[in-house]
Design a binder for this molecule. Structure first.
Ligand code: IPM
Ligand code: MG
Length: 371
């Protein structure tokens, strides 16, 4: 039995997470696993109900779980209010820090059937398969913040220790070893002292422990450009917190849809899995958001629990819906399905394996009722 804390969060979070839970249930049924879920609050919805973006009960549940599945965070009512003392995002940042989730892993894969949605020319998409390792609990996000009394001067300090760099660099190198054996450290070592520390620590680890990995070093401005000009050159990209936040959003659109990308945050305690998209408040409650980012996050969660075949089946089901056009409107505005319908097809695929011709025909027949 595996205990999973579910944090639906804000905006479209609850709807997409519900489909991921449905998929986990189907996997449980198919493979004979029992998943138990403990639903908890975080973000704007937690502030509304408790005044706190990360209630203690949520932390306690996560600490007792095998893994955490999270939806999305954020609400426009806080975004344009610089004076707000309590913000939804503080919940996620505190949870990352409390669970010591220091490595955020964001794979960017490329689905040929979505190439037309990419802002890049098709020839630039060929061979794109990269994964970003973003440091998640240090740097400018968590440094000292100051604002003087007359509000004319503010600062955010950026700090890194050797240990913080080492503990994410090693898993990133290990991952590269299982892939195309290339790692690119992204930094700003021509300007920042912290970046120079990153470079020297990573250089040392590369030379002593991973001589078989081709290690490159790129300044972040150049990396931002290279991601657009030649994204296929990258295998594992390793970077600090803020650069990773920015580059992972940039990288996420390369494949054609932000709605499709999962992420894992791992560290000392239970790992957390979440789609990389935001809370998309305009779509909340309408059953139109893309659930695939959350469903693929559930696949990463299964892999983390050692369930490789289960994860592979979820991914096969997702690819099947994409190839057959059972997609939400962000992927095909002309012919689209509801969030819950996409979840239904994936559940069906998992329970009954690849649908045969008859099942496919039934599904196609059902289209008219679902659209
Ligand atoms: C992300 C998000 C968060 C971050 C926000 C919501 C605090 O953008 O997970 O990338 O900046 O880390
Ligand atoms: Mg971000």
């Amino acid at each position: 039995m595996k205990k999973i804390t579910i944090i639906p969060g804000d905006g479209i979070g609850p709807e997409v997470t519900a489909q991921a839970v449905r998929v986990l249930d189907a996997v449980g049924e198919r493979f004979g696993h029992t998943f138990t879920y403990d639903y908890q609050l975080m973000g704007a919805s937690a502030i509304d109900l408790t005044g706190d973006p990360l209630p203690d009960a949520t932390i306690e549940s996560c600490l007792l779980s095998d893994a955490v599945l999270f939806g999305a965070i954020g609400d426009p009512k806080y975004d344009n209010d610089p004076s707000a003392k309590v913000r939804p995002e503080q919940g996620l940042l505190r949870l990352r820090k409390t669970l010591q989730l220091y490595a955020n892993i964001r794979p960017v894969s490329n689905y040929p059937s979505l190439a037309h949605l990419s802002p890049l020319k098709p020839e630039r998409l060929q061979g794109v398969d990269l994964v970003i390792y973003r440091e998640l609990t240090g740097g400018i996000y968590f440094g000292e913040k100051t604002l003087n009394a007359d509000k004319t001067l503010a600062s955010d300090s950026c700090t890194y220790t050797r240990e913080e760099i080492e503990r994410i660099a090693r898993p990133a190198f290990e991952h590269a070893r299982q892939r195309r054996k290339k790692l690119t450290l992204v930094d700003k070592a021509n300007v920042l002292e912290t970046s120079r520390l990153w470079r020297s620590v990573v250089r040392e680890i590369a030379a002593t422990e991973f001589p078989d990995i081709e290690t490159d070093y790129l300044f972040v401005d150049n990396a931002a450009m290279q991601l657009i000009v030649n994204p296929a050159q990258f295998d594992v990209m390793l970077t600090e917190n803020m650069f990773g936040d920015i580059l992972s959003d940039e990288a996420s659109v390369i494949g054609g849809s932000l709605g499709l990308l999962p992420s894992a945050s791992i560290g000392k305690g239970a790992a957390l899995f979440e789609p990389i998209h935001g809370s998309y408040p305009q779509a909340a409650g309408q059953d139109i958001a893309n659930p695939l980012g959350s469903i693929l996050s559930a696949a990463m969660l299964l892999e983390y629990l050692g369930m490789q075949d289960e994860a592979a089946l979820v991914r096969a089901a997702v690819s099947w819906t994409l190839e057959n056009g059972f997609v939400t409107r962000d992927l095909n505005p002309a012919q689209h399905y509801a969030t819950s319908a996409v979840g239904h097809y994936i559940e069906h695929f998992i329970l009954h394996n690849a649908p045969g011709k008859n099942q496919l025909q039934n599904i196609l027949l059902a289209q008219s009722t679902i659209i």
